[in-house]
Each structure stands twice: as structure tokens, then as C-alpha cells.
Design a binder for this molecule. Structure first.
Ligand code: NAD
Length: 316
């Protein structure tokens, strides 16, 4: 088994490093937060007093940090201490330009590197079922399997340096926009007297079906896995959704892509964050939409109130 230096043991990095320990790897971890270090220690991570010490003897160095500034500072700090031949894998979500700058720093120091941001949230991190979107050279990708597989359901090579980050921001543009659309649809239905159950029963098997509806439904008590059932405790925090949408907008501006819905989704998540929603799951944006929609909804009709929709055909 390998020795892995793991830097950034927060909501995601903590459970991810625990899965590497469970797979039999030796994990040397570092975080600035003593609470994160204590939890990691309890999960079997060998916690270290600095990032430089965490990379000592490592076959791979995995970073899971808040953003590009922390990533670049970390690489500048540790690259002189990483053993020759080690593979650098950054799993944080960062700006494409910062990600490519990190690849450049790694290459200048003689290391293979990958950007490997993830989808699946804290639940996926805990269960070891994350999707990794990987950017970097083919040979580096081939070497990464033993390190990523214990944390992954899927590991997909998306292209060259930075293409993991490009994939991540495109995916989250879809996710942010679809969560807003699902929330607006529920609020509109409520305003018109439709029961949430009826809308769910139809849309979940019809062309409105999407992850924001059927896995993380913004209305409580319709989907077992939804964070709405836990008072919108994240999950995937609205602040992180805003971060990812901003990254997408910045990339759209730089590349000239016309992303009108992405711009609007960014504005709406900005507003929700400004209202104090940033610490809630991103599905909690439905509360803001509902509040802006005026008086409480009229009661649902008796036909749909108790049972939701009545199915009359088998096709959507
Ligand atoms: P987090 O804030 O819980 O964890 C980040 C950790 O990095 C913190 O514990 C912090 O103390 C530590 N840190 C910051 N600077 C450091 C440094 N210089 N050296 C060592 N440690 C340092 O955030 P998170 O939710 O775990 O997210 C981490 C990354 O994963 C982010 O880039 C985020 O966008 C991405 N992500 C998060 C989720 C999610 O659902 N939380 C999902 C997908 C991707």
C-alpha cells in the first residue's frame, strides 16, 4: 500500500482521507484547523504539524482546499519537500487558471500532476462514492487509480490540465440552474393549489426529472436523501454553489461563451447568500423564492392532497 500526504481535512477531505486509511494506505494529514485534525486522527490519519511534514515519504500528495489561492500557496510551500516520483492530485474546486498554474508549478518541480475535482458532496465523500473529473496527462491519470479508487464510484479522464475543473464548473452550472428551476416549479405549483406530492410524482418520471428533483428535492419529505429533510443542513452549501457558479461565469467571460442562465443563477445564489443562506444546503433557495412569492399558497385540492397524482397511464 502507498503513503499519501493529504492536505485539507475539512468536510470533504476528512471523510476522503478516512476512506484511504480504510483501504489500507498510510495517510499523513495536515489541516490548519485543530478540530479537523482531531477528527482525522480518530479516523486513523497520521496527523502532522505542517504540510511539509505531511508530504514526507509520500507516493502521492492529495489536496482538498477551499480555493485556488490556498492551493497555489500550498504547492509553493511543499513542492521542495515532496519525494521525487510522487504524483500530485488536487481535488479542490478552483479556477481553471489557478489549476493550470498549479500544474505548471508541479511540472517545473518535476512532478506529474492532476486536477481531480469531485461531485457527490459530503455524503459521497463519506460513502466513498464520489465522481472524480480528472484533467492531466494520460500517464499521470493511469497512475492515479490506486489513490482515487477507494474514494470513488467513478473516475473519468476529461482531458488535459485544467479539464477536470472545466467539467466540474459546467456540471455545477447545470446543477445550480436546475435547482432554481425545480424550486420555482414547486412554488408556482403551490401558488396554484397543486400539491407538492402530485408535482413530484409526475415530474420525477417525466421530462422535468433531474438530480435536483429526485435526489436532493428542495421540498422536504418527498425524497429520502434530500437535505431539505434535515432543515437544509448541507450537503452542498449554497456558499459553495455560489463559488462554483462564479467560477463558471468567470470562465464564460474569458472564453466568450454566452451563459445567460448561468449568469442569472449566479445572481440568484448571490442574493440568497446575501440574505444569509450561504451556510444552508443549496436547495434552501426555495425558501427565498417562496418568501418573494407573497401570501401563503392556497390549500391543495382534496383529490391531490392525500395521495399526490393519480396515475392513469404508464408513460411520461
Ligand atoms: P472545508 O472548508 O470544510 O475544508 C477545507 C479545509 O482546508 C478546512 O478544514 C481548512 O482548515 C483547510 N485549509 C485551508 N487552508 C489550508 C492550508 N493552507 N493548509 C491546510 N489546510 C488548509 O471545505 P470542503 O467542503 O471540505 O471543500 C473542500 C473543497 O472541495 C472546496 O474546493 C470545495 O469547493 C470542494 N467541494 C466541496 C463539496 C461539498 O459538498 N462540501 C463538494 C464538492 C467539492
Amino acid at each position: 500500500m502507498a503513503v499519501i500526504g493529504f492536505i485539507g481535512l475539512g468536510h470533504m477531505g476528512g471523510p476522503m482521507s478516512a476512506n484511504l486509511v480504510a483501504a489500507g494506505h498510510t495517510v499523513r494529514g495536515f489541516d490548519l484547523s485543530s478540530a479537523a485534525l482531531s477528527e482525522a486522527r480518530a479516523a486513523g490519519v497520521q496527523v502532522q504539524p505542517s504540510a511539509v511534514e505531511a508530504v514526507a515519504g509520500a507516493d502521492a500528495v492529495i489536496t482538498m482546499l477551499p480555493g485556488g489561492a490556498q492551493l497555489l500557496a500550498c504547492y509553493r510551500d511543499v513542492l521542495g519537500s515532496v519525494p521525487a516520483g510522487a504524483l500530485l492530485i488536487d481535488c479542490s474546486t478552483v479556477d481553471v487558471a489557478d489549476s493550470r498554474a498549479a500544474h505548471d508549478l508541479a511540472a517545473e518541480a518535476g512532478f506529474g500532476s492532476l486536477d481531480a475535482p469531485v461531485s457527490g458532496g459530503t455524503a459521497g465523500a463519506a460513502a466513498g462514492t464520489l465522481t472524480f473529473m480528472v484533467g492531466g496527462a494520460e500517464d499521470a491519470f493511469r497512475r492515479a487509480g490506486q489513490f482515487l479508487d477507494p474514494m470513488a464510484r467513478k473516475v473519468i479522464h476529461c482531458g488535459g490540465p485544467g479539464h477536470g475543473q472545466v467539467t466540474k464548473m459546467c456540471n455545477n452550472l447545470i446543477l445550480g440552474a436546475s435547482m432554481i428551476a425545480v424550486s420555482e416549479a414547486f412554488v408556482l405549483g403551490e401558488r396554484l393549489g397543486l400539491s407538492n406530492q402530485a408535482l413530484y410524482d409526475v415530474a420525477s418520471v417525466s421530462t422535468g426529472q433531474c438530480w435536483a428533483l429526485t435526489t436532493n428535492c428542495p421540498v422536504p419529505d418527498l425524497v429520502e436523501t434530500s437535505r431539505a429533510n434535515h432543515d437544509y443542513e448541507p450537503g452542498f452549501a449554497a456558499a459553495l454553489m455560489l463559488k462554483d457558479l462564479r467560477l463558471a461565469e468567470s470562465a464564460a467571460e474569458q472564453s466568450g461563451a454566452d451563459t445567460a442562465i448561468g449568469r442569472l443563477a449566479t445572481e440568484l445564489y448571490q442574493r440568497f447568500n446575501d440574505e444569509g443562506g450561504g451556510g444552508y444546503d443549496f436547495g434552501a433557495i426555495i425558501r427565498s423564492i417562496r418568501e418573494r412569492s407573497g401570501e401563503p399558497a392556497p390549500a391543495a385540492t382534496e383529490a391531490t392532497e392525500a395521495t399526490g397524482a393519480t396515475e392513469v397511464t404508464g408513460t411520461a
